[in-house]
Structures are given as C-alpha cells and as structure tokens.
Design a binder for this molecule. Sequence first.
Ligand code: UD1
Ligand code: MG
Length: 450
Amino acid sequence: MTGRTSLTIVLAAGEGTRMRSSLPKVLHQVANQSLLAHVVMAAPQGAGSALAVVVGPDREDVAAEATRIRADATTFVQNERLGTAHAVLAAKDAIARGADDLLIAFGDTPLISSETFERLRAPLKDGAALAVLGFRAKAPGGYGRLLVADGQLVAIREEADASEAERRIDLCNAGVMAFAGTTALEVIEKIGNANSKGEYYLTDAVEIVRSMSLKAIVIETDEDEVRGINTKTQLAEAEAIMQTRLRRAALDAGVTLVAPETVHLSADTTFGKDVTIEQYVVIGSGVSIADGAVIHAFSHIVQAEIGKAVSVGPYARLRPGTSLGEGARIGNFVETKAAKLAAGVKVNHLTYIGDSEIGAGANIGAGTITCNYDGFNKSKTIIGAGAFVGSNSSLVAPVKIGSGAYIGSGSVITRDVPDDALAVERNEVSTREGWGRRFRDKYTGSKKPK
Ligand code: UD1
Ligand code: MG
C-alpha cells in the first residue's frame, strides 16, 4: 500500500508439542520451505515495511531462520508463554518505533497470502483502528468466535469463555490482525488476563478498541488460507493445498503438466516458457527450469539450474549444484551432483557425474562413473569440450580429460588426458578358437545341458 509504513509481528513462540518432533513447529516445511518462511514472505515487504519475529527462549534456530529469509528482520524472545498479547509485547521496542500499520500474524499459518495482508490493511486507511481476519469454519470448535453487530466487530470470544449461543457462531478469528499504528500500543497494553485461562489474549483488543470509541471490523477470507498447523496431519493437509496452488500457478504461467496431481513442486521453483513436466516428478528447493526444457517422468531434482531446451530423464536424479547448459541431455538412471554441464552435453544412460565440469558438446557414454570420493576427500573431474568418453569408463578424480579427447570404453583413467588424444586402459582380448564347442562336447557326452 503506497505511502503507509508497516510493522509485521510474527508470533512464533509456540511449543508445537503435538507435532511429536524435536524440530520447532514453525521450522517444519510446506513445499520445501519452513512454515515461518511462508508467513514472512507473504508479509508486506520493501521500503517502509519492518518485520519482527517473536520466538521462544533458546530458539536461536527459529531466529536464524527469520533473518535468513529477511536480513532486516528483528527477533524478540518471549520468555514465558503468557498469551498472544503478551507475545506481541515482547516486540514492544519494535512497535514503539512507530509505523502506520501494525500487523500481527502467526508463524504456524503458512497459507496466508500477501493479498490478504493488504486487504486487511485497507480499512485502517479509512479510519478503522483494528481489522481482524475472519473465516467461516466448517468445524469452529477451538477458535475464537467473532461477534458482529451493525457491520462492526464487537468482540472476539475465546472458546473457553464463550456462551452456548456464541459457540454456535461459525465466523472465527484467523489470528491475523491489523492495528492502526497511532493507537496500537495503547490498546495492546490495556489487555489484561482476567479470563478462564489467565492468559493475555490479543483478541481482547477488540473490546478495548470499542471502549475507546474506535472502530473494529472483520475482513473475511477462505478457511484454506488460515489453517493453523498443530499436527503432522494438518501439516500434510497444508502441503496438499500448497501443492494445488503451486501447480495451478505453474499451469497459469504456461507450464505443461501432463498429470499435475503427480508433480511435487517447491515454493521457489521457477519456470521459463514452454516447459513440460511429465508424470511423477519431484522438484525440491532451489530449482529453475528454463524455456523449452522437458522433465521426463520419475525424475528427482534438487537445487539445480536447468537451461533452455534441456531434456532430463525419465528416471534422472539431479542433486544440489547441478547446472545444465542449453540443449544438454540427461537420460535415464543418471545422477549428477555439483556438476556443471555446458551446452549440448549428452549423458544419456546409467551414469554418475559428481564434482565435475563438462565442456560444450561432450558425450559421456553409458555407465561412466566419476570416482570423486576416496573416503576422505572429494576431487574434481574436468572434461573438455567435445570430448567423447566411451561406455563403462571410470574417471578417477582429480583428473582432466582434454577437449576433443577420446576415452576407450571400459577404461579406468587415473591420469590427465591431453586434448585430442585417445586414452585406453584395457587388457588385450585373448581369443581361443573353438573353445565353446569343446566345452559343450565335453559335457553333452555325460549329461544333458540344463
Ligand atoms: C488463537 C486466538 C483465537 C484464534 C486462533 C486461530 C487468541 C487469544 N486466540 O487461539 O481467537 O481463533 O488463534 O488459530 O489469540 N503464541 C506465542 N506466545 C504465547 C501464546 C501464543 O507466541 O504466549 C503464538 C503461538 O505460537 C501461535 C499463536 O501465538 O503461533 C497462537 O497461539 P495459540 O496458542 O495457538 O492460540 P489459539 O488457542 O489457537
Ligand atoms: Mg493455535
């Protein structure tokens, strides 16, 4: 929103015990990105948009994730878990710096979109002191209920404090709120803990705003956008929703997905024009796929840069640090890792290329293995442009194959090969004429062949 500054506070001090995991809840991933990262990415960004994350005690890992995603994020520790309003006040110093809009979001609600944050900010510009994100819950149990009268939000009632009639309301509090910066701190500091749980409820802000003769309103959104994650089942449900969204976005951007429901994408996957992805492809984080590339069925790709008109798979595995130049071909049962392949390189069958650089147009025969690891060190294999590596060769790194060089099939290459040379490492073939016939005759005299 042009002209207005904002502070977003993401509450991430939850214990997440129901995940039954040693990993903090907000560091679990959806579409290969932490829950926290999804929320932080959706929050207002750019000039005039500050971000604070409230973490639990000794949660340096969560704080580090916040600053990894946004270098300008500030982090605050909530030492005791005394409620959502108490958590917000852990970031009081950030609030006191002053912003036109104060946004509160939960770190375990990863499906929230940046459009929704902006929709929530809009009423503040028109004079509301508080805008609360609401949704119609299919099963409202456990959520705070939104009490609305004459188009204004009157109160939020937590389940434990709600009357029978109030519990029947299906309009629920998503947890995301936007406060007008001028009154935010005053309102939040007035919140007490006189409720059945003895917690400082951020939701009490609504009644306080009303008591100050200010306006509070509800902005509605879809339930799928505000699902909170507390269990592994909910994590899996959020993953399914996110995958549907990512596939939809890819299709809308012109990617051909032959069987979309079988393709797994990451939140950061990028596509060029006319990309085709066949059935059962898994794309992990850090993958870019350029114009005209085809990913054939059953391929697994992580942290790889796939150039224009490249063909990958079927059944290929591209591991971190793979980069494929224009028109390169990676065929079936090929694995690459930290491998930089220039334009037009062909690695078509049953091969491992690790810690390698391959020059333009080189052809790597079936069954080639770069032997990059001796149990202690990783070493590099460098193959020049236009080289031809015969099938079933072992290239024992560190080793350099010159441009235009040939490697005879079955060779174990332990020394550098000059440009345009032929290197063959192989025993002479010993041929014994008639051996097969003699062998058969010997046995068919006494027994029948099985
Ligand atoms: C909260 C809302 C409820 C809403 C629901 C939506 C309050 C009082 N209630 O309830 O109206 O319908 O979310 O999911 O706000 N947190 C802290 N420190 C604390 C307490 C909470 O950081 O001391 C964080 C949690 O990590 C979590 C968020 O705040 O990210 C919400 O806390 P949670 O305990 O899940 O609140 P709910 O009972 O779900
Ligand atoms: Mg919750």
